[in-house]
Every structure is written in structure tokens, then in C-alpha cells.
Design a protein around this ligand. Sequence first.
Ligand code: AMP
Length: 323
Amino acid sequence: MVERTSLQNSPPTPHTLPRDILVVGSVALDDVETPFGRVEGALGGSATYFATAASFYAPVKLVGVVGDDFPPEHVEFLRRRQVDLAGLEVVEGGRTFRWRGRYEYDLNTAHTLDTQLNVFAEFSPKLPETYRRPGLLFLANIAPELQRAVLEQIERPALVALDTMNFWISSRRDALADVMRLVDVVLINEAEARQFADTYSLLGAARAILALGPKAVIIKKGEYGASMFTDGDHPGETYFFAPAYPLETVKDPTGAGDTFAGGFLGALAREPVLDANAFRRAIVHGSVMASFTVEDFSINRLRALTADEIERRFAEFQAFTRF
Ligand code: AMP
């Protein structure tokens, strides 16, 4: 049985900083079309985007599965980002998860044209021994049963966060609600929060999720930023909002949510105490990482990204949100 820990009252970490982060989620080949171009078989997947972004902040261990059609250069890329791939299974003769999506000029809405789970349909993760005591855990967008299987194989870390999407809300709502009961933070986008809670009000949706047990709900609103809701009656204490970085060129929003989560947990991995202020800084780091991702297709903008660029954009956020 897995129990939740209190987020606000987490004691200073006994770990050295940064904590390491374990992620389970999809590792995919994506076919994506936007008004600004298209890619076929590009490196994608929730765990891939998350791990790439988080690797700028902390050591990352990845749990997932690919087929033997997964190009070796993608594995090489993750290795160069120092992502631990001991938990990435390769299935001989299997096909990698494939997602096909399209965006219109409203880049906030992804239209899924096809989802092929392929090797993920039969995947049952067995965590390497070195993965069982992570500093932080991210259950990236994937089947809720898989998210739970990973949670049950580890010692409870300082914080567990979860992301999901409409595909799982429609097909596995009960299993998803069960995993939400076990986590500290739920990240979800605006439309999916409404779908999950069956209400138009985002505050109402956030409260419905908080009622399941998480201490914080972060609702992502694409180019309109991200809001965090925690329990209580006073917005000054229970609500936080960060805008998105203003960009003139956005080519492909795929992975924005996962890289947001990567910046968010990556920043928390470096915080000695996981209190409300640490969460606010982490949300801005999430917004910074998402803003880079959408500037190009796939993870391409992150390939040459530097720590300096991240720090500069973080400082700009501080400047344009101060009043
Ligand atoms: P995001 O744009 O951050 O929501 O994430 C996009 C990534 O999620 C893409 O790279 C897809 O490969 C992956 N993805 C799409 N549908 C699913 C799904 N049903 N389960 C897991 N990952 C998915």
C-alpha cells in the first residue's frame, strides 16, 4: 500500500541536492503537423520530453519501453543528456509507441489522429534495484495502471507528481482517479481538467481533484500560462498564476506540458525545502522550459539549449511579473 506524504510540511531533505528524479511515461515516434511544418517519426513521448527538460536540472532515471525500430541516435541523444536508461526496455521485433497529431492555428488544442500503443500495450515495468529510492517521482502521461505499477515498486520519495491526457480520462477514468489518490501533485491541461471533473469552472475542477487527496493541482493553459491551486479559502495563499513567455515564433506545441513538468520537478529537485515558495519558483521554471520546446519541432530546440539561456529567461519572467 502506498501512502501520500504532506507536501507543505516536507522536512529538509536527507538527500544531497539535487535529488534524482524517476520518470515513467511514453517514449514515442511522433508524426506531427502544424501550420508551420510537419515531422514524421520524430523523437517524442511524455517521458522523453520530461527527461530531456529535467536533465538540465538534476539526474534523471527513465522507465519505458521501445521496439527495435527505435533509432539508435535517439538513445544516444538521451545518453548524452545523462539520462539513466537502465529502465528502458527494448522489445525485439516490437514497434515503438506512435502518436499522430495535428494542430490548427489554435495551437492550444492537439487533435489526435492516431495512437498506437504498440509495445506499451503489453508493458509491465520491473524497476532496476538502482531505481527504487528516487528523490522525486514523475508519473508522466501513460496508462494509469503503469503509473501505479511504478509507484508500487519504490520507496516513497519526497514528492510524487502525475500528468495525464484525454485519451486516459476517456478510457480509464476510474484507474486514473485511483492513482490520483496516491500522488502529491496533479498536472493537467485546462480542457482535460474540465473533462475529468465534468465542470466548466477550473476552480471547481481543481477542487474536485484536490478532494481526491493531492496537495496541489497545476492547470496548464498553453499560451495563457499555468495556475496552481492548493486547499483553502484565500486565493492569496491557495492560488498562484504564471503567464507563458511571450513568443513571436511557435512552431510545434507538442511536449510543452511534459517539458513544463520537467522544469517544474527539475527545479524542485534543487530545492532544500518543498514549500509554497519553492513551488512558485518551480512553476516559473516549468514555464521557461515549455517556452523553449515550442520554438521548434520535437525536442529540437532543447538539443542546443544552455543553462545560461534558461537562467536568462527565468530572470525575464521575474521582471515581467513583478508589480
Ligand atoms: P504534450 O504535448 O506535452 O501533452 O505531450 C505530447 C507527447 O505525448 C507526444 O510526444 C506523444 O508521443 C505523447 N502522447 C500522445 N498521446 C499519448 C498517450 N495516450 N499516452 C502517452 N503519451 C502520449
